[in-house]
Design a protein around this ligand. Structure first.
Ligand code: SF4
Ligand code: SF4
Length: 108
């Protein structure tokens, strides 16, 4: 079951969305989903702690937003096909996706 995040933790996520950047405090690299192996079951999405909320189902694929991913790695433990990998060389999320994230964050 998903734990309820504290308001302070959630505001940390809002801050990361506003700044469109990762927290410097996170020492672990983010994770990425290998699209060619993913079966889009959304299990990882449900397992990502609310204070991170880093996983999005875009319809055709499921993605991890590296700037929101602490590398914790709760999703990795739940993925039935083991297709979530460390992403040391992550690339910044594009503006279109950030706009989508902002909209969903406001609706939350
Ligand atoms: S590693 Fe943790 S924060 Fe990153 S997507 Fe997976 S569950 Fe979410
Ligand atoms: S749990 Fe694994 S297979 Fe399912 S959507 Fe996430 S990455 Fe894809």
């Amino acid at each position: 079951m998903k734990k309820i995040a504290s308001p302070a933790a959630l505001s940390g996520r809002a801050e990361r969305i506003a700044q469109r950047d990762r927290s410097d405090a996170w020492k672990k690299p983010p994770r990425r989903i290998e699209k060619s192996e993913c079966i889009t079951c959304d299990t990882c999405l449900r397992s990502c702690p609310a204070e991170f909320g880093a996983i999005f189902d875009r319809g055709l694929d499921v993605v991890i937003i590296p700037e929101l991913c602490s590398g914790c790695p709760a999703c990795v433990l739940e993925c039935p096909v083991d297709c979530i990998y460390v992403d040391e060389d992550w690339t910044p999320t594009d503006d279109a996706m950030w706009n989508h994230i902002e909209l969903t964050a406001k609706g939350a």
